[in-house]
Design a protein around this ligand. Structure first.
Ligand SMILES: Cc1ncc(COP(=O)(O)O)c(C=O)c1O
Length: 469
C-alpha cells in the first residue's frame, strides 16, 4: 500500500521548498522599499488590475509561486500604504519591524491560542503581556486581559462581563437564564459613543433604545452634570479618544463617583488608552484606573499588526464567567487558557506580535512614539491654521485633527481633491452637524516632512476648488 496520497505528495514536496517563502519575503521587502514614497492610495490602473481575481476556482492545482506572484503583482499595488507616514484615514496604525518579523516567524508555527496545551508559548506570552499592560496603563492589580481581534470585540467582552456581574449580584445567572424576565440594567453613555458600542449593546440583547444617552459638549465629552445618580445596577460607558475629535471623557470627575456607587464602568479606549503610557499625556486619562473594564487596540496607536485588540477587566471572575465554555475534550492548563478570556475557542495566537511590539519599544519608546504622533498633529494644526479658508473645529489634544472649509460642499470638494492627489489619504466625517476632513495620525513613520507635504496637499486642494464653490 502506498504510504501517501497524491495531494500529500504534492504538499510534502512543497512544504520545505524554501524558495517559495523566500519569494514571498523578497516581495515583501520590495514592498517596504517602495511604500514610503508610493502614492498613498492605489492608482486607477492598480484598481482595474484587481479584475484578475474575478476567476472561478479551478479544478486543477496552482503552484505556490504563481499564487505569490499574483498577490504581489496585482495585490500589492492595490493596497493603501498604511505602513507609511501619510495614511491618515480612520484610526489605523502602521507596523513595527520586530512585530512584522515576529509575525513572519510565528506564521511558520501556526499556533492556536485557545489553550495552554495547544500552545504553551502563546499562553506564557499572554500572561507576560497581561502583566505588562496592567503596569503600563496603571490598572488595578489582578486585572485580566483577553486578546481579541479589535476594540469592537473588546467592548463586547467588557459589556458581557458587566452584564454577567450585575445580574449575578442580583441572584440571576444570565448564562443560564438569558435576558427574558431578567431584572433591568440601566446603561448610560455619551451621545458621541463609538458605533461599536452601539453594536455591542445590540449583540448583547440590551437594545439600543434602552440606553440612556447623555449629552456631550462641543468636543464630544460627556457632560458630567448630566450623568444621573448611579447604582450597582448600572453600566456607565466612557471614552478615551473620540473617533473624530480625539477628546477624552472626564474620568477624574466620573469614575470615582461611579465606582463608589457600585456601577460598572467600561472605558472604550481603542486608540486613546495609550495616553496612560505616556508621561506628558497621562493627564488626559487621570482617574481611569477606577474603571472596571477597558477596551484598547494594539493595532492602532501601538502599531502592532492587525488584528490585535485587548479587553482588560478588573473583575477577572466576571470576564471569565461571561466567556466561559466547557466540554469533555477541553484540557485545562495549570496557568492560562486564552479561550476563557475571549469569545472564540480556536484563534490565531496573535500575542506574538503584540509582545514583540511592546518589547521592541520598551516603556520609553512607547512614550516617545505616541508623543511624536501628537506632536505631528499639533504641527499639522499649526500649518493648516495659516491656510486661508481652513478652520480646525476640535481642540487637538491627542492625534486627531478635524479640518473644515467655509461650507459642507467646499469641505467635501477639498476632501475629494486631496484624495485624488494621493499625496496622503484622509477621510471625511460629520462633526456637530457639519462636514469635516478627519486626520488621524497613528503611524510611527509620520515625519515633519510628511506634515509639510500633507499641508501642501490641503492648500493646493482648497485653492483648486476655491473658484468653483
Ligand atoms: C473609539 C473607538 N472605539 C472603537 C473602535 C473600533 O475598533 P476596532 O476597529 O479595532 O474594532 C474605534 C475604531 O476606530 C474607535 O476609534
Amino acid at each position: 500500500m502506498k504510504n501517501t496520497t497524491e495531494i500529500q505528495d504534492r504538499i510534502f514536496d512543497d512544504i520545505r521548498r524554501f524558495e517559495l517563502y523566500d519569494a514571498a519575503q523578497s516581495y515583501g521587502q520590495q514592498y517596504l522599499d517602495e511604500v514610503f514614497d508610493r502614492p498613498v492610495y492605489p492608482s486607477e490602473a492598480a484598481l482595474d488590475g484587481l479584475c484578475v481575481f474575478d476567476e472561478e476556482l479551478s479544478e486543477d492545482a496552482t503552484s505556490g509561486e504563481q499564487i505569490i506572484d499574483q498577490l504581489h503583482q496585482y495585490g500589492a499595488p492595490a493596497t493603501l500604504t498604511q505602513v507609511g507616514g501619510r495614511y491618515f484615514g480612520f484610526v489605523n496604525g502602521s507596523i513595527l519591524p520586530a512585530s512584522l518579523a515576529a509575525k513572519i516567524l510565528t506564521a511558520y508555527w501556526d499556533q492556536n491560542g485557545a489553550m495552554q496545551v495547544l500552545s504553551p508559548i502563546s499562553a506564557r506570552l499572554e500572561m507576560t503581556v497581561e502583566k505588562w499592560l496592567v503596569d503600563l496603563f496603571g490598572l488595578p492589580d489582578n486585572t485580566a486581559a483577553g486578546f481579541v481581534s479589535g476594540s469592537s470585540m473588546a467592548s463586547f467582552c467588557g459589556l458581557a462581563a458587566a452584564r454577567y456581574r450585575i445580574y449575578k449580584n442580583q441572584g440571576w445567572d444570565v448564562n443560564e437564564h438569558g435576558l427574558r424576565n431578567a431584572p433591568p440594567i440601566r446603561i448610560f453613555t455619551g451621545k458621541d459613543a463609538h458605533s461599536t458600542i452601539r453594536k455591542a449593546i445590540s449583540l448583547l440583547g440590551f437594545g439600543q433604545s434602552n440606553v440612556e444617552w447623555v449629552d456631550v459638549d462641543d468636543q464630544g465629552r460627556i457632560q458630567v452634570d448630566q450623568v444621573p445618580a448611579l447604582d450597582d445596577r448600572t453600566i456607565l460607558i466612557l471614552q478615551a479618544g473620540n473617533v473624530n475629535s480625539g477628546s477624552f471623557d472626564n474620568f477624574g470627575a466620573l469614575c470615582k463617583k461611579a465606582k463608589d456607587a457600585g456601577a460598572w464602568i467600561h472605558i472604550d479606549g481603542a486608540f486613546g488608552l495609550w495616553a496612560a503610557a505616556v508621561p506628558n499625556l497621562k493627564w488626559l486619562v487621570n482617574g481611569l484606573e477606577h474603571g472596571t473594564s477597558w477596551a484598547v487596540d494594539a493595532h492602532k496607536t501601538l502599531n502592532a499588526p492587525y488584528d490585535s485588540g485587548i479587553i482588560l477587566c478588573a473583575d477577572r471572575e466576571a470576564l471569565v464567567s461571561a466567556l466561559h465554555m466547557s466540554g469533555g475534550y477541553i484540557v485545562k492548563g495549570d496557568d492560562r487558557d486564552g479561550m476563557f478570556y475571549t469569545p472564540e475557542m480556536s484563534r490565531r495566537a496573535r500575542i506574538f506580535e503584540l509582545w514583540a511590539a511592546l518589547k521592541y519599544l520598551g516603556k520609553k519608546g512607547i512614550a516617545q512614539m505616541i508623543s511624536t504622533m501628537c506632536l505631528r498633529a499639533h504641527q499639522l494644526t499649526e500649518k493648516l491654521s495659516l491656510v486661508e479658508g481652513f478652520e480646525i473645529p476640535n481642540q487637538v489634544v491627542f492625534n486627531q485633527v478635524l479640518v473644515k472649509a467655509e461650507s459642507d460642499l467646499k469641505t467635501d470638494q477639498v476632501l475629494k481633491a486631496i484624495q485624488e492627489e494621493r499625496v496622503c489619504w484622509v477621510g471625511g466625517s460629520t462633526w456637530k452637524g457639519e462636514r469635516v476632513i478627519r486626520v488621524s495620525i497613528c503611524s510611527w513613520a509620520t515625519t515633519y516632512d510628511d506634515i509639510v507635504k500633507t499641508a501642501a496637499s490641503f492648500e493646493k486642494a482648497i485653492k483648486s476648488v476655491g473658484v468653483n464653490v
